[in-house]
Design a protein around this ligand. Structure first.
Ligand SMILES: Cc1cc2nc3c(=O)[nH]c(=O)nc-3n(C[C@H](O)[C@H](O)[C@H](O)COP(=O)(O)O)c2cc1C
Length: 327
């Protein structure tokens, strides 16, 4: 890849992230810890630390552990609905992390301002064009659009539709595309459509440097695209964010818990917010059970539809090489 042939949008993404390849390793709770993050960044991509439901001091240690392994840029992913968000923001500023991805909700103006005032670049998820415009006004330094194909918590609209809806109309900030991206041709296509880069999660699960349990990785290698299904919401009284995972007994367990919580909310025995938080805790625990402990039957095997294109365990560097080979 020579500089002369590099598309302008990709150049913009590389400059924004400060990396050779504008390939973000999407934060994955429990898995995007210092080994994987450092490996992706060392290979020229942009690793993003997941903080999920971890205590803030552990997240601080993780930041330092990444720095012990690489001097390349990386980012951190914070969950907006986490009651400890202000402490995380303070930690990110204290540790001088250069980029912060805010996920799992719409962050308040004060959160964005606090980070930006400290020189942290703020990256936000935009689920529609209207919201993308509002987020730019609110101070987002970059946006990520993530389609329904992705693994983990997902929105309702496909990547293909989101890129057409949003990419041509947002020029103010770089826009990265996530959800279902698994090969070089698709990365190149996204960049040709104006993406500043891509964010990939599912393919990095089977990176050699990823600490996922061997059984978790093997499920990924065996699975087909159609096995990665989204959960359904049973009753609008309890709105739930759909989660895409390989169907198993863990999915059935989630369904039972959701039914029980719907009943409790309907009968006024539990507040809606409390029930929603309980479901999120379920996912965090279930993902850990599968990804770290290796119980891929009862835990949650969160995976995107691109799981069908995960065929082997390879180094993060060779995954990135494949993702950029057509640029
Ligand atoms: C196992 C797993 C865990 C994830 N955890 C998080 C998370 O904690 N925070 C977040 O913002 N996104 C999370 N994601 C989404 C990824 O960061 C990324 O956006 C997504 O995987 C991209 O789509 P793909 O799976 O099709 O590559 C997760 C995805 C997976 C597969």
């Amino acid at each position: 890849m020579t500089t002369a042939t590099v598309p302008e949008s990709w150049q913009r993404g590389r400059a924004f992230l400060g990396v050779r390849h504008a390939v973000m390793g999407g934060a994955m709770s429990w898995l995007s810890e210092h080994h994987l993050v450092a490996a992706i960044s060392e290979a020229g991509g942009f690793g993003v630390l997941a903080t999920g439901s971890m205590p803030v001091e552990l997240a601080r240690q993780e930041v330092r552990a990444v720095r012990a392994l690489t001097d390349k840029p990386f980012g951190i992913n914070l969950i907006v609905m986490n009651p400890a968000l202000p402490e995380f923001v303070t930690m990110v500023i204290e540790e001088k992390v250069s980029h912060c991805v805010l996920a799992g909700g719409l962050p308040g103006k004060e959160t964005i301002e606090a980070l930006r005032m400290a020189g942290v670049k703020v990256m936000l998820f935009a689920p529609s064009l209207a919201l993308a415009k509002r987020l730019v006004q609110r101070g987002a330094d970059a946006l990520i659009i993530e389609g329904h194909e992705a693994g983990g918590h997902v929105g309702p609209v496909s990547t293909l539709v989101l890129v057409q809806e949003i990419l041509p109309h947002i020029r103010e900030v770089p826009v990265f595309v996530a959800g279902g991206i698994a090969d070089g041709a698709t990365t190149a296509a996204m960049v040709a459509l104006g993406a500043a880069g891509v964010q990939v999660g599912t393919r990095f699960v089977c990176a050699t440097e990823c600490i996922a349990h061997e059984k978790f990785k093997q499920r990924f290698i065996q699975a087909q695209a159609r096995d990665a299904v989204v959960t359904v919401q049973f009753d609008p009284v309890l709105p739930v964010i759909p989660v895409r995972a390989l169907f198993n007994k863990g999915t059935e367990q989630f369904n039972r818990l959701q039914l029980q919580l719907v009943q409790e909310v309907r009968e006024g025995r539990k507040a809606r917010g409390e029930a929603q938080l309980e479901l999120e805790h379920f996912w965090a625990g279930a993902l850990r059970r599968a990804a770290i402990d290796g119980d891929v039957e009862h835990g949650s095997v969160m995976a995107g539809q691109s799981v069908g294109m995960v065929r082997s365990i390879q180094s993060a560097a060779s995954i990135i090489e494949e993702l950029i080979e057509r640029l």
